[in-house]
Write a protein that binds this ligand. Structure first.
Ligand code: GAR
Length: 211
């Protein structure tokens, strides 16, 4: 049997994407991946309850306890390296990390973004703001992207994308929910499985799937 790949999921909020990963693991859909740690950027977030309910260790590494992004990133790196983590998943993680983490986990950090990158991404585009911008532009299709994380915000190689229809009567909240249901909760576990089963290769900033 192939070696187990330890996964850490970093969260800041409700954790529905974490739940999708937990559910995928329960039905054997994460391949060799095993969620072994959930790290929250602040205490009291509901994602930690989801981790506890699934019997997964949850830790809080609070951004406010550190003076700088550099100090926070170093502490996060030390925690994840110390736990022998193979893959880091940013699942609604709303805190900026720096290159110390990216250098320790080259092409081993993935992020789920609630739009079709390169649309509606980069600095300031997170959570509901992304859907507000999509509705303000009047796009007819939006969606979600899972990509590798590199030092440039939302610019790393794209692993999977899925398009979702925008409806005329959508609010940011209704669009967010449809994109989560139809795209994020599907492509995030799928990308994690592909990674953990050694099926992803990065060449020239592009991701290729190995069969
Ligand atoms: C998700 O929609 C995720 O794509 C988004 O935050 C939400 C977190 O929800 N992430 C970003 O905007 C990152 N730029 P969740 O806590 O229920 O998974």
């Amino acid at each position: 049997m192939a070696e187990i790949q330890k996964i850490a999921v970093l969260v800041s909020g409700g954790g529905t994407n974490l739940q999708a990963l937990i559910d995928a693991q329960a039905r054997g859909a994460l391949g060799c991946g095993k969620i072994s740690l959930v790290v929250a950027s602040k205490p009291g977030v509901y994602a930690l309850e989801r981790a506890a309910a699934a019997g997964i260790e949850g830790r809080v590494l609070a951004r406010k306890d550190f003076d700088s992004i550099a100090a926070y990133s170093a502490a996060m790196r030390d925690l994840l390296v110390g736990e022998g983590i193979r893959l880091v998943v940013l699942a609604g993680f709303m805190t900026i990390l720096d290159e110390q983490l990216f250098e320790a986990f080259p092409y081993r950090i993935v992020n789920v973004h609630p739009a079709l990158i390169p649309s509606f991404c980069g600095k300031g585009f997170y959570g509901l703001h992304v859907h507000e911008a999509a509705l303000a532009k009047g796009v007819k299709v939006s969606g979600a992207t899972v990509h590798f994380v590199t030092p440039e915000c939302d610019a790393g190689p794209i692993i999977l994308q899925k398009a979702v229809e925008v409806h005329e009567e959508d609010t940011p909240e209704s669009l967010q929910l449809r994109i989560m249901r139809e795209a994020e909760w599907k492509i995030l576990p799928e990308a994690v499985r592909l990674f953990c089963d050694g099926r992803l290769e990065v060449r020239d900033n592009k991701v290729y799937k190995k069969s």
